[in-house]
Ligand binder design. Structure first.
Ligand code: UT7
Length: 332
């Protein structure tokens, strides 16, 4: 739907990150599996990642990220209406991480649930929050994207274990009056369940319960996922740009999901954006799944590239297969 000044706006007013202390370099992984720093850097752009200590749940990152986000916004936890956590690696299936965050913050007026959409999770959660706010069903929603990927990768499988990292980011989405200049302009979400097996976590659900230990790890058909990622992320950005008559000059910052630098570069090239307008954190953080985009937003804010009024295109792709994009003007 084209942007109308009559509509209530969902504005992203603050961002915060929480990362584990422990840095693990490619060289360290080369002691564990048959790989090299050269292979990992040249194939993916990853140089190091942050990992939690084993036995740490996502809430240990989500709670501090949420607290910092509210502090930055100057908003009391009691003023939140909802909390959505995008993740595929919550502490437990039940209760949801959103409920753990709600309790820890004392957000006593907020509902909360986790949203399972893999690497597209943050874009999906932000889109969901936008709908609540535009419909007048909420005033303030905390949207969190985070994953403890170290808990669901097979540390003996070089095809996957070198790719991922742990981390969490949170944004506050608040209502603004119609006519306000900033806020979410539009979004698009897609899925293709036919390719679900190309990126899966088979044994965590009802079909194959977790007791089937080996299947409790990420499985990925890297090449198929790579080709689909480049194609679908490019398509969805093109489509959103078309829907809102945007040109490359309307994008100040591209904040893509960080699965592979070789996926990000052709997307930027296709849009016609120089790489200095693209936020990259994969070199330092690897693929943190639902956390890549909010962590990249936090970096861009810290280095001064993201300010009130900055026009941002978010785009993600992941298991499902699912993909989506969201275009917004930062701040209120
Ligand atoms: O975030 C959710 C979405 N995920 C993605 O978007 C990821 C998409 N896929 C990719 O980014 C890439 O496909 C990967 C990074 C996963 C793999 O890169 P690739 O260039 O497609 O490599 P490949 O899987 O085709 O493997 C090439 C070779 C193989 O050896 P052979 O069969 O040619 O002898 C692999 O066994 O590289 C080997 N290999 C490794 N070698 C050293 C695979 N992993 C490693 C490794 N170290 N860690």
């Amino acid at each position: 739907m084209p942007l109308s000044n009559e509509r209530r706006r969902a504005c992203v007013t603050a961002v915060a990150a929480a990362l584990p202390e422990r840095r693990v370099t490619n060289q360290e992984l080369a002691h564990q599996v048959d790989t090299t720093d050269e292979w990992i850097v040249s194939r993916t752009g990853i140089r190091e990642r942050r990992l939690v200590e084993p036995g740490t749940g996502l809430s240990a990152l989500a709670i501090p990220a949420a607290r910092r986000c509210l502090e930055k916004a100057g908003v009391a936890a009691a003023d939140l209406d909802g909390i959505i956590v995008a993740t595929i690696s919550g502490d437990q299936i039940m209760p949801a991480v959103a409920n753990l965050v709600q309790h820890a913050l004392g957000a006593n007026n907020a509902w909360g649930y986790d949203l399972l959409n893999a690497c597209n999770g943050f874009v999906a959660a932000l889109s969901t929050a936008t709908c609540f706010i535009e419909a007048g069903r909420a005033e303030r929603i905390l949207v969190i994207g985070g994953d403890v990927m170290s808990s669901i990768v097979d540390w003996k499988d070089r095809n996957t274990c070198v790719l991922f990292g742990d981390g969490c980011g949170a944004v506050l989405v608040e209502a603004a009056a119609p006519g306000s200049g900033n806020g979410v302009v539009g979004f698009e979400l897609h899925s293709d369940g036919g390719k679900g097996d190309d990126l899966s976590l088979p044994c965590a659900g009802s079909l194959k319960p977790p007791a089937w230990a080996k299947g409790h790890f990420i499985h990925q058909n890297g090449r198929v996922v790579f080709q689909n990622a480049v194609r679908r992320m490019t398509e969805v950005v093109d489509s959103l740009m078309g829907a809102y008559s945007l040109t490359k000059d309307d994008i100040d910052l591209l904040v893509p999901h960080q699965a592979n630098l070789r996926i990000i570069e052709p997307i930027a090239e296709r849009i016609g954006l120089p790489m200095d307008k693209v936020v990259i954190n994969i070199d330092r953080l690897a693929n943190t799944t639902a956390a890549t985009i909010p962590l990249a937003l936090a970096d861009a804010e810290a280095d001064g590239r993201l300010k009130v009024g900055t026009r941002v295109m978010l785009v993600a792709f992941g298991g499902g297969l699912t993909w989506g994009a969201c275009y917004l003007r930062w701040g209120r």
